[in-house]
Write a protein that binds this ligand. Structure first.
Ligand code: GLU
Length: 265
């Protein structure tokens, strides 16, 4: 079981399906609860770093588009509008608890260069020192392209950020309770896997590829994130973000979600 009580720096990844409705409009109830719980955890002494999706999704909502655009310039435009909206929402919601947030936008080019990685780490350290919660996303407005120069999904990005920031844990909030050997929507009797000590072929094969309409991830990208995080010495956990209060249970030591212990942990 993951023990978060003594872990200070923790990355929390929020997917579009956690923060927005299928319409692309903000899930107000969920986000109100979530920011309250996160602010409380920060106040309790943890150094939170959020990796938040939602730029494209909220852009779709704000521009009243019927669905996620398919062509690159329109996707970039939706991300430009949505990222602004996303940060406005976080800023407003966290300021209720006197917590300051900061925006960090990354690209594949940045995370591929050791010097630039040092820069990112220094910025995160300085922000943590000031009690600020950094909110990270890919810079979708300039990074979306067809040349594979984009990271493309935030599960892997969150694991990269956890590794760069020297975080002790990564919590991925999803729309599913954890990893299952079969799709629980199709087979309600299937049991959740509570711990994955080794990511072997069996684990890879059950991860499949389903994602939501507005986001880009699925279980396969979460398993990829688990590989990056655990080999970087970061404990990772996938849990449902539907009930933000469950984070309290998790931090109190209750067994929740699927835990991927860091290699050599
Ligand atoms: N960076 C994308 C966004 O903010 C999300 C990528 C993902 O869904 O993982 O819309």
């Amino acid at each position: 079981m993951i023990d978060l009580r003594n872990k200070k720096r923790i990355v929390i990844k929020l997917g579009t399906s956690t923060l927005a409705h299928k319409t692309g409009k903000l899930n107000i109830r969920r986000m109100t609860n979530l920011t309250r719980v996160l602010a409380d955890l920060q106040n309790a002494g943890h150094e939170l770093i959020l990796v938040s999706s939602g730029a494209v999704g909220l852009g779709v909502g704000k521009l009243n588009l019927k669905s996620k655009p398919k062509d690159t310039p329109s996707k970039q435009a939706a991300a430009a509008v949505g990222q602004c909206e996303l940060m406005h929402i976080y800023d407003e919601m966290f300021s209720k608890y006197s917590i300051t947030v900061a925006q960090i936008l990354l690209t594949k080019t940045i995370i591929s260069s050791p010097e630039r990685i040092d820069n990112v780490r220094n910025a995160i350290d300085a922000l943590a020192e000031m009690g600020v919660i950094p909110i990270v996303n890919e810079n979708d407005t300039v990074a979306i392209d067809e040349l594979e120069l984009e990271i493309g999904e935030n599960d892997s990005l969150s694991a990269i950020v956890a590794s760069i920031a020297g975080a002790e844990a990564l919590i991925i909030l999803s729309d599913i309770d954890g990893l299952y050997s079969q799709d629980p929507h199709e087979n309600p009797d299937v049991e959740k896997i509570s711990v994955v000590k080794e990511i072997d072929e069996h684990i890879e094969s059950i991860a499949g590829g389903a994602g939501s309409k507005l986001g880009s991830g699925g279980m396969a990208t979460k398993i990829n994130a688990a590989k990056i995080a655990t080999t970087a010495g970061v404990d990772m956990l996938i849990m449902n973000g539907r009930n933000p209060e469950d984070l309290y249970k998790l931090f109190d030591g209750e067994e929740i979600g699927t835990y991927f212990p860091a290699v050599n942990a």
